[in-house]
Design a protein around this ligand. Structure first.
Ligand SMILES: C[S@@+](CC[C@H](N)C(=O)[O-])C[C@H]1O[C@@H](n2cnc3c(N)ncnc32)[C@H](O)[C@@H]1O
Length: 375
């Protein structure tokens, strides 16, 4: 057995950290959301939950989070969380189940706890065909060792109920290396689904390959689902990636918040170097938003509503806090026109691009950039 299969490396810590950060936001919201009755969480390649070095794997992280949130929200919520842990190796799920019982991590009032030892292909088909329950939401974590089992069509199938979010880990570095020479058939099939033939084998770096895959997924699912990536660097020039898929702008926004909270500078990914900077430097990290600022200014060359600006921000994989900062800067240099729809005098710094307005589709104002030669 390979060492990496016993001890997750640092990059695995980041994988579960992002999973945790995102799920925390997602579950907290669903616990109190109107109309939501059940949240089905699937970890389809769950592993054993606890490693010999004491590190916790995804199912343990998921369950602890659910338990904490369930008991915090209990007074105001009736939502049940059903946990579904699958690994085709039954020894792993036995170990996991023993650990969960020993640590008293689950109580039946929280929802059901199910273990499966199915092949991913079989279980995934069962999930797609499962009877749709009103008010049910699904979160699916897919963390295989390789990529052989994975197909974009399958992910699309999982997302098709429009109430499902998928987080997928891919060993993109191995795929990138193979993409360059002697592409195995499984990878060839995978790439054929997402990348035009002329682009295959053309990536200039591992990171470029990750972004090409992201854009390939994005094009394939365009108009139906949002896609983003998060890069995890293991060694110099060794890049792995998490891909996130959702049908909901709001889910997408929460994912962006999670990834920008790990990489405050670029919202792109994590590398061991960042941690050194965090440890040894007291310099504040600022988001690099220059490119986005340029795009936003172009977008605002015509009047745009607060709702349109929110969508533009999220679709450009940025946060509303970035947009507010940029708009304030433009406003301070007197290059911003804000017209409130109720004809009231605009309040400085009020742009109404938060989720409350977006949720209710309330058009509060129209905003335009007008260069007065001062920016
Ligand atoms: C990368 S590990 C999962 C690690 C886990 N997410 C964690 O955080 O600890 C992949 C797991 O998938 C299981 N596995 C591999 N192929 C599978 C398949 N086709 N169907 C189901 N499980 C599979 C392996 O036994 C292994 O435990």
């Amino acid at each position: 057995m390979k060492d990496s299969q016993i001890n997750p490396y640092e990059h695995s810590d980041i994988k579960v950290k992002l999973l945790k950060l995102y799920l925390e936001k997602y579950i907290n919201i669903l616990a109190l959301a109107k109309g939501v009755t059940t949240v089905e969480v699937y970890d389809l390649f769950c592993g054993e939950g606890i490693y010999s070095n004491g590190k916790e794997g995804s199912p343990v992280i998921i369950l602890r989070l659910i338990k904490d949130i369930y008991y915090k929200a209990k007074k105001n919520s009736n939502v049940k969380f059903n946990c579904n842990f699958n690994d085709f190796n039954s020894e792993k799920t036995v170990k996991l189940s023993n650990y969960i019982s020993e640590k008293k991590m689950h109580y039946s009032e929280m929802g059901t706890l199910n273990y499966y030892n199915e092949d991913y292909q079989i279980l995934k088909d069962k999930i797609v065909k499962a009877h749709k329950v009103k008010g049910a939401k699904r979160f699916i974590f897919i963390d295989p060792y390789g990529y052989k089992n994975i197909s974009v069509g399958d992910i699309e199938g999982l997302l098709s109920d429009k109430n499902t979010e998928v987080l997928l880990f891919l060993p993109t570095q191995f795929m990138y290396r193979f993409e360059k020479k002697s592409t195995p058939e499984s990878l060839y099939n995978f790439l054929a689904e997402v990348m035009p033939e002329e682009e295959q084998g053309m990536s200039s770096s591992g990171v470029d390959f990750i972004h090409k895959l992201r854009d390939g997924f994005g094009n394939k699912l365009k108009g139906k689902h949002y896609v983003d990536s998060f890069i995890i660097t293991r060694n110099i020039n060794e890049f792995f990636a998490l891909y996130f898929f959702t049908s909901h702008l709001y889910g997408f926004e929460k994912f962006l918040e999670a990834k920008w909270s790990i990489d405050e500078e670029e919202g792109r990914g994590w590398s061991p170097k960042f941690e050194e900077v965090d440890l040894f430097s007291t310099i504040e990290v600022h988001a690099k938003t220059n490119k986005f600022e340029e795009n936003l200014i172009t977008f605002l060359s015509q009047l745009r509503s607060n709702i349109e600006i929110h969508h533009f921000t999220i679709e450009n994989r940025h946060l509303t806090t970035h947009t507010v900062q940029i708009l304030k800067k433009i406003q301070n240099s007197n290059n911003l026109i804000v017209n409130n729809t109720d004809r009231s005098k605009p309040r400085k710094g009020a742009f109404y691009i938060g989720w409350n307005e977006v949720k209710t589709k309330t058009v509060k104002c129209f905003i335009k950039y007008e260069n007065n030669g001062t920016i």
